[in-house]
Design a protein around this ligand. Sequence first.
Ligand code: PLP
Length: 392
Amino acid sequence: MNFQNIKEQDQKYILHTYGRVDAALVKGKNARAWDADGKEYIDFTSGIGVNCLGYSDPQWAAAVAKQAGEIQHLCNYYYSPQNTALAQELCQAAGMAQAFFCNSGAEANECAVKIARKYGESQGKWKIVTLQNSFHGRTLTTLAATGQEVFHKDFLPLTDGFLYADAGDLDGIRSLLEDAVCAVLIETVQGEGGVVPMDPSFVGDLRRLCDEKDVLLMLDEVQTGVGRTGHFYSYQGMGIQPDVVTSAKALAGGLPIGACLVGEKLRNILKPGQQGSTFGGNPVACAGAREVVRRVSDPAFLQEVAEKGQYFRQRLEALPQVELVRGQGLMLGVKLKAGDAHDILVQCAEQGLLVLTAKDLVRFLPPLTITREEIDAGLDIFTHVLREVNEK
Ligand SMILES: *Cc1c(COP(=O)(O)O)cnc(C)c1O
């Protein structure tokens, strides 16, 4: 089927919840992808930070195919060796105690909210502080956690009990904590909010404040986690340990998975029957995730991510059309002096480069395995597009 047929079918049969770009990707290799008409792209999106080992990594694909050929799913009433092995490997990589597996970032955050409510229950605390400009998912509870009104509109009422603070405003958070708060949930780099990194000293101070007030510190590492920032989880570069970590996107390298990790203090906080998911911990997804954790938690791999991130950033900063670059590792956003970010995204796709936006920034989440040659090829196209925009 050619692109026009695909587009017509999509228009007719898919609910239009996405503003789609005119490209139907059918094949990929590391940071290169090809569309239904055979056109080649450099991919700086990795499917919104999902394909951390690039497209169709041979070892990852073999691990997944092997598991699919052995046993593809089992009910959570039985033990699953892939599930338990992943839990051990992930907890070790994260410095956490136990994992609950689900299928997405929103579900991982839902689980974190349930854990927080259960933790606070005996003290009559049930509210959760999140940050303005945050993004935590699309369910009614994670939308409530999301501190951006644009996502709430048309879907009220949302789950009760979320309070919003400004990033960096420790005094503001301190006063909110007086109001029956059991947990604080933040992203260390706000992704959808425009690639906004938190000051590590703010995160450290927040850790101490939460300890002082017996409030859980929960980190949404759905976008920042699994190597993206040059650390396995971003807090590992901040010298703190959270009480709860949520993870998804890149965790299984392109298969649906979510995880909610808890620290020692919360061991066995949820009891049998209090949380569950039919597909959660699915062995095929776990086989993919084990390959990801094995490769990405290697310090040499993480060092490479940090170095490639530096290189990418320096090349962006050298462009005269760039006003500023924000982010960490291979999670980068650029604000441009001229041109609308979404128009630039569309023009990049026309020229064979896939990028994302976040608010008014052009956002880059390339596969962590991207080569310098692929970075150069993509940034050459980006430079060309920016020149054309500035000539208009
Ligand atoms: C993408 C994202 C989510 C939601 O994840 P889904 O898998 O789409 O439910 C939650 N939090 C953050 C920080 C994200 O980037």
